[in-house]
Design a protein around this ligand. Structure first.
Ligand code: NAD
Length: 488
């Protein structure tokens, strides 16, 4: 297990020797004491990244791509140990880290490895006699700040496009879950990335994170996390006119129409809200179901929710693990109290599981609450296995409820009516919409939100554009330009 900061191609202690205790959310045991980056460590990382930047930007794009492809191979070769590390650190069930998180991490690095030499500029037809070509130009050093809910995957979402486009990186993992990013750092060193191209600095937001936001040597900060911190990042970045990319919170609307395939909608909704204990920005946290099918849907859905196997995430049969920290578990449970106070009816769950074997962990049962859509719990992001239920009669009413929150990240709808499907997808206030499914992601498909869910996109060509500027170069081939001042 790597526990040191990754700076300039080496693993080093924090300058002041401080560490962060990383805790296993299953039983509260100590996984490791990890070096804690503070402002001066971030400065060292930025310096290393700045030194590495010119050569990395000039390297043939195919060679940058080849290193990313090698990294993807190395991740696959280490998949089992990486999955276990991620499971211990985050509480994600091992079946998910094995089948989703780690394979998706490799796939995303591979996608951007392949993209490196295919992302190209253009030639613009301008005045006669001129060649005007547009070069996608890397920004330089980019700062990347990620949360604790999908730490290994977010390494690839952030680093993949930034590196493919020719930038160097200073990445700060969340203080709660830094282990897999440090392991990725080891693999980056092993596959031969030049020193300083990637730097990984676990630390707290107020110190290491804030320094990334403030540092004048960083050209852009790409931030994934809560809306409140995202706003402070945008304000802070303004002082140095840094570019900002914000992937923030969500409150996903999941609309089930009366003509939906019920079995598919029940299963897809359960995945949408309960996968990763509901700790997903795109979680299907609001079920908006037509009143004609609401009772049947809820009977099937609550039975499924109650049957989900909650337990030790290292056990291959576990379907839901603990939340990532005690503090977060308490926050999620406090929302159950708010829901009760707001007149909500708890249909299933609502507390920690009764199994005494789980008493030492951060567990919360799958919870479903029927409540008015204007309440706090139906509008604020809970970020746990907590879904609210609302009913509707008309398509307009469904859309009105769906669009009544300030967030606009992911949303889904279930129907067999083709025209309704596209109409509602068009009118949903969201950056991503799934029709007859929920929460699909792919490295080629742009990922991001609108409104309080932030701006900018991860993945696809959009992500490459996030990490480049278009430089226009005008070449006078044989243009005859009449003098502007004829006397000259
Ligand atoms: P958070 O905002 O508390 O922390 C996110 C990261 O920001 C952490 O690394 C933290 O150390 C750092 N940070 C905290 N304060 C900072 C500051 N002042 N300056 C710079 N960095 C600072 O969020 P969290 O609780 O770790 O994660 C959960 C949130 O992330 C949820 O709101 C969730 O919706 C959001 N999220 C969004 C997406 C997306 O793609 N839109 C994906 C995953 C999670």
């Amino acid at each position: 297990m790597q526990t040191k900061l990754f700076i300039g191609g080496e693993f080093v202690d924090a300058l002041d020797g401080d560490t962060i205790d990383v805790i296993d959310p299953h039983d509260g045991s100590l996984i490791a004491a990890v070096a804690q980056a503070k402002e001066a460590d971030v400065d060292r990382a930025v310096q290393a990244a700045a030194q590495a930047a010119p050569a990395w930007a000039r390297m043939a794009a195919a060679d940058r791509g080849r290193l990313l492809l090698r990294l993807a191979d190395a991740i696959e070769a280490e998949a089992e140990s990486l999955a276990l590390l991620e499971t211990r650190d985050t509480g994600h069930p091992i079946r998910d880290t094995r089948n989703l998180d780690v394979p998706r991490t490799a796939a995303t690095f591979r996608y951007f490895g392949g993209m490196a030499d295919k992302f190209q500029g253009s030639v613009v037809p301008v005045e006669a006699g001129f060649l005007d070509y547009v070069l996608p130009t890397p920004l330089g050093v980019v700062g990347q700040i990620v949360p604790w809910n999908f730490p290994v995957m977010f390494c690839s979402w952030k680093m993949g496009p930034a590196l493919a486009a020719g930038n160097t990186v200073v990445l700060k993992p969340a203080e709660l879950t830094p282990m897999s990013a440090l392991r990725i750092g080891e693999l980056i060193a092993e596959v031969g990335f030049p020193a300083g191209v990637v730097n990984i600095v676990p630390g707290y937001g107020a110190t290491a994170g804030q320094r990334i936001v403030d540092h004048p040597g960083i050209a852009k900060v790409s931030f994934t996390g809560s809306t409140a911190v995202g706003m402070s990042v945008a304000r802070g970045a303004a002082a140095t006119l840094k570019q900002v990319h914000l992937e923030l919170g969500g409150k996903g609307a999941n609309i089930v129409f009366e003509d939906a395939n019920l079995a598919a909608a029940v299963g897809g909704t359960a995945f949408g809200i309960f996968h990763n204990q509901g700790q997903a920005c795109i979680a299907a946290s609001r079920l908006i179901v037509h009143e004609a099918i609401a009772e049947e849907f809820l009977a099937r859905f609550t039975a499924l929710a109650a049957s989900i196997r909650v337990g030790d995430p290292k056990d291959a049969s576990t379907e839901m693990g603990p939340l990532t920290s005690t503090m977060h578990r308490d926050r999620v449970l406090s929302y159950v109290e708010v829901a009760r106070a707001e007149g909500g009816e708890v249909l299933v769950g609502g507390g920690p599981p009764s199994d005494p074997a789980l008493a030492g962990g951060c567990y919360v049962e799958p919870t479903v609450v029927r409540i008015d859509p204007s309440t706090r719990v139906a509008c604020e992001e809970v970020f746990g296995p907590f879904m609210t239920v609302h009913t509707f009669r008309t398509d307009e009413e469904a859309l009105q409820i769906a669009n009544s929150v300030e967030y606009g990240l992911g949303g889904g709808l279930w129907t067999s009516n083709l025209s309704r499907a596209h109409r509602v997808a068009r009118d949903l206030h969201a950056g991503m919409v799934w029709i007859n499914s929920y929460k699909r992601v792919n490295p080629g498909s742009p990922f991001g939100g609108i409104g309080r869910s932030g701006y900018g996109r991860e993945m696809g060509f959009e992500a490459m554009r996030e990490y480049t500027e278009s430089k226009a170069v005008w070449v006078n081939v044989d243009a005859q330009i009449p003098p502007f001042y004829p006397r000259g």
